[in-house]
Structures are given as structure tokens and as C-alpha cells.
Design a protein around this ligand. Sequence first.
Ligand code: DAT
Ligand code: MG
Length: 136
Amino acid sequence: MSERTLVLVKPDGVERGLVGEVISRIERKGLKLVALDLRTVDRQVAEEHYAEHAEKPFFGSLVEFITTGKVVAAIVEGPRAISAFRQLAGGTDPVEKAAPGSLRGDYGLEVQYNLVHGSDSPESAEREIKLWFPEG
Ligand code: DAT
Ligand code: MG
């Protein structure tokens, strides 16, 4: 059973020239890109994307950060794509949680600047894909 997930390369990843690395790992894993777009994101989309964190102390700076530069948005498809990409990304904290060999584990140092986003459940994936690719 194939599923879809929403992947973002956040502004830190784009600025550091890690887009190719992220895409390469997605493809090497056997996952398929079904949409790919470099764009800037407005405040409204950023706030909606991170709505579950609206009450967290880091929400403001998170939204600020994601709207400061270009991001790459992608729809990635494959068997267990949601979990497969979360494994490629590594845990949220790039030092304490992300294992070496994962994207965050290999390239990240700070929680806010952890390079990539991947949907965390089928419900989130559906919501996020609609938000980032409303044209379908
Ligand atoms: P993930 O991106 O692994 O799904 P999350 O959904 O818990 O993690 O948080 C979303 C993003 O918010 C995360 O990628 C980076 C930021 N973030 C999370 N916890 C944070 C914290 N304690 N301080 C600063 N930023 C944080
Ligand atoms: Mg999350």
C-alpha cells in the first residue's frame, strides 16, 4: 500500500545547499517524488502548517524562521512513505535525538534549524498536502 507525505526542505537546508542531498536520500530509499517546488511561504500558510504548536513558546520564532527564506515543498510517495521519510530525517533534536546517518543527525545542530519537515501521520499528511499543494 502506497501512501503520500509532505516533505519540506526548510530555509536552513536551502541556504546551506542541502536540497540535492535531501532529494538524493529520498530517491535512494526508493521513494518517489510526485511534486517538487521551490517557493517562499507566507505567514498564514506557515501558521496553519504549524497550527498544532500554536501554544508553544517557540511558535513565533518557528513561523518567523520558515517565512524568512526559500523552502522546497515536495510530495513524496511510496510504501510507508510517512514513516520512511521520518526515519531519513531523524529525530526532532539533531544532536540528542537524530541518529548519525539521518539528515538531521548528519547536518543539524539546533532544534529550530533541523533542515527538513515530514508529516507525522496520515491525517497530517492529508492536511499538509492540501495546504501546500491546494491545486491537487
Ligand atoms: P518534527 O519537525 O520532528 O515533527 P515537531 O512537530 O515536534 O517536530 O516540531 C516542529 C518544529 O518545531 C521542529 O522541526 C523544530 C521546532 N521545534 C520543536 N521543538 C522545539 C523546541 N523545543 N525549541 C525550538 N524549536 C522547536
Ligand atoms: Mg511535526
